[in-house]
Each structure stands twice: as structure tokens, then as C-alpha cells.
Design a protein around this ligand. Sequence first.
Ligand code: NAD
Length: 496
Amino acid sequence: MERIEHWIGGVSTAGTSGRVGPVFNPATGEQIAEVALAGADEVGRAVSVAAAAAAAWRTASLSKRSAVLFKFRELLAERSGDLAAIITREHGKVLADAAGEIARGLENAEFATGIPHLMKGSFSEQVSTGVDVYSIRQPLGVVAGITPFNFPAMVPLWMCATAIAAGNAFVLKPSEKDPSASLFLARLWQEAGLPDGVFTVVHGDKEAVDAILTHPAIAAVSFVGSTPIAKYIYETGTAHGKRVQALGGAKNHMVVLPDADVESAADAAVSAGYGSAGERCMAISVVVAVGEVAQSLVDAIAARLPKLRVGDGTDPASEMGPLVTSAHRDRVLSYIARGESEGASVVADGRDASDLPEKGFFLGVTLLDHVTPAMDVYRDEIFGPVLGVVRVETYAEAVALINANEYGNGTAIFTRDGGAARQFQFDVDAGMVGVNVPIPVPVAYYSFGGWKASLFGDTHMYGPDGIHFFTRTKVVTSRWPDPGTSSVDLGFPRNH
Ligand code: NAD
């Protein structure tokens, strides 16, 4: 059985806790590896190595850091095929989708190559006679990232590219369900010339996470995962004096107004609802059909579903792979049954799919119509290939529905009316909004983050907010006095 180890000080390091977790290939259902699960001692050792590396790395010039980022970006682009294969093997998503997540992660490395510009402070000359004031940004030291299973390369890249470029040492605790992508990134960093210890991988579960959240030498924790865990991470990390950003779950609504182009809206709903088997935090899980568009939209979505090819992600013909574990598939199955018993109409039923591969954690696609806000299938994040349609009469009802929802990650509106779209952008309580774009993940030079229960903390991830999160500012007030004018003055400093 393959053994997946930690990466500490630039070398693969065997686990010593005696605990391991299983890693599956979701397309075959077979266990393919076991991953070491770190205890507090191992986290402590990794953090000591990272702390020593951080002290040296912050002295590296901006040009040197930028050069490492450029090289890392080149290597990642060159080897993206190998990384995609690793992701598909442990996560199950189709290869094209794995390549897509790498491309979006790569953007963060590209953004971070501009670190000399991004670290610029400000300067005010002559704030008082002969006195200047300037601000500088400095790294925090050792920072940690705790990441979810659904983007085993992109989410770590959201965090580590900016954190490292800013001069920190980064300790990653990836999802124990698909841990190998993190080690691939570790080797690329090393090959790119990053000093050992600046990028560390510690595998594990709650025990390792708790050790990170309470370790006194870790200055900041960046987290992405489900909402209950995000809340726990935020509360525990901040209680231990850390800066924390914790991105949580989602329930993303796509509003379709009566004037929308029904065929493009249906294409978008199917792509964003079932891509990656619905295991995306920006997946559309609720279509809000306004007025008379509802029936034609449901028909158009339903007409597309029999054509979707569900299968092994390594087969280029597959459009959707399996779910990540059998337990997760069972959970999604239970939601389909619950939706039906709650009174939703099952227009397409993933349980009936007869042409699915026999082995592996596959599930067909489900479309539920006449979903209401009182149903669990509406309220809960299902994180599977289940799309619900809520029918409302007016634009105002659609916005009220979204704004009353617990989550506020992404949302989208489909319309031909620019005024309606602009009003939606103004009215809606969500962190990321698409106008005729179903998955509005911001490009790397903006920042990613939701509102409400989709994010705990005040900075969004990557982009300008990422630089802000992984640095702290220092303001310097400076005078180079002429000794001839020096005198004692016990008054509070005033500007002259
Ligand atoms: P998860 O919350 O189960 O796990 C995320 C991380 O937390 C993993 O590293 C895991 O090991 C750790 N963890 C799990 N249980 C823990 C516990 N009890 N105590 C401490 N740490 C624990 O999430 P997941 O199932 O890996 O990922 C899917 C979830 O992530 C979905 O809810 C999805 O919406 C969310 N997500 C959100 C975003 C976003 O940007 N908002 C992006 C991707 C995924």
C-alpha cells in the first residue's frame, strides 16, 4: 500500500503518530494509499522548521522572491498534466476539470510574481517640518492553510502563492481525502528554488488542525471548507490570538428573469450545477425561475441531462466523475429521497441512472422542481449533482429569497435587461455576483470571498486581500534633524 508522508524541511518525512487514514480512487472505489495523520508533536516539529525558514526567507530580496514565483509558475504550467492526473485519481473529477482548477490556481502564482509592486507602501514627505512618514508591509512569519477536498491544488495555490511571495513560511494541512497534490506542489516549489522549510505539508485530521490552531508560533490561519468547521476554525484560531480567514459552504442561487435567453440559461445551469459532480463551492445549486420562464427553463434543463456522460474521469468522453467517497454519495442519495418526500417533483432522478460504472462512487444527475425554502434540500448544502428549481413570481421575491438564505457565497442573474442586472448587483447579499455568468470566481487580481455564513473573518482570499491578510503594516515617522535646531520639548508631538 502506497504511504503518503509529510513534507518537512524539504524532504518527505514519515509520520510518527502511528495514525493513518485511507485514500481512495473514487472511480474504482478501491483504497489506493494511506496517508499519515499528524499529531501535535509532528505539527510542532514542522512549525519549528518553518519558523527558522521564515526568519531567513523574509530577508530574501523582492527580486529573488519574484524570480522563485516566476520559476514556480513555469514549472506548474509545464507539469499541469501530471498534476491533473493526480487530482483525478484521488478526487474523481474529470481530467479537463482538474486542468481547469490548476489553470485558475496558476493565476495566483502569476499575480504573486508582481510582489515587488504588491508590497509597496506609501510615503508622505514633510508631514511636519523636516519629518516624513511612510508605511511598509512585512510578512507575519509562519502562516498556515487548511484546505478542502474539492480543489486539492487550486485552493492551496490561492493561499500559498501570496503568503510565500509576501515573505512568510507556509504550512499546509491539505484534505486527508486527496493529499497527493500538495506534495506535488511541494516538489515544484523546491525545484523552483524556494528554500527548504518555506513550504511545508503536514497531513492530518482534527488533531493536526487543533495543533495548528493553538500553536503559538503560527501567526495566521487561512481556511476553506464547510461552514460548521469554518466557524470552529475562526473561533478557535482567534481565541488563540491568530489572524483568521475561514471560508465556508454555499448555496448559490441563479436567478433567471422572464426576458432571459432560455437556452443559454439552461446551458449555464447544467454546466454550473453538475460540473465536478456539484462538488464546487461556487456550483449553482438553486435555480430561481421568475414568472412565466419557469416551465420552459425546467424543460430545457431536463432535455440536456440524458446527454451528460458520467464516468471515470480519466476517460476523455466523461463529463462528470464520481463523488469523493461512498459516505458522501450516500449522503447525497439521502437528500434526493428527502426532497421527494418533502414534496419536490423529481424531474430527473440520479438514483435511476442505469449506465453508470458499477464500481466507484458514481451517482447520476438529479433535477428537483417545485423546491420551496422550507425544504431541507433547499436549506442544506448538498454538495452533489442535485439541482433544485424554486419558482417565484417576481424579481423582488427572487432577491428576498437569496438575501434570507444563510449563505452568501456566489449568485448569478440571467437577463437581457442591463438595468435589472445592475439593480441585482446593488440589491443582493452575496460576495460574488455573475451577470449572465453562472460561476463568477474572480480573477486573481481581485479577491475571492462570500458573505454571511460563507466567510468568517474580514478579508477575502487571494488578490489584494490576500496580500493584506498575509502581511502587517508598519508606519515609520522619520526625521533627520539638524543638530543645531535640536531642543527638549515635553509637549505631545504636533505638526509644524
Ligand atoms: P471540510 O470542512 O470537511 O474539511 C475542510 C478541512 O477541514 C479539511 O482539511 C479537513 O481535514 C478539516 N476538518 C474536517 N473536519 C474537521 C474538524 N472536525 N475539526 C477540524 N478540522 C476539520 O470540507 P470538505 O468536505 O473537505 O470540503 C467541502 C466544503 O468546503 C463544502 O462545504 C464547500 O462549500 C466548502 N468550500 C468552500 C469554498 C469557498 O471558497 N467558500 C471553496 C471550496 C470548498
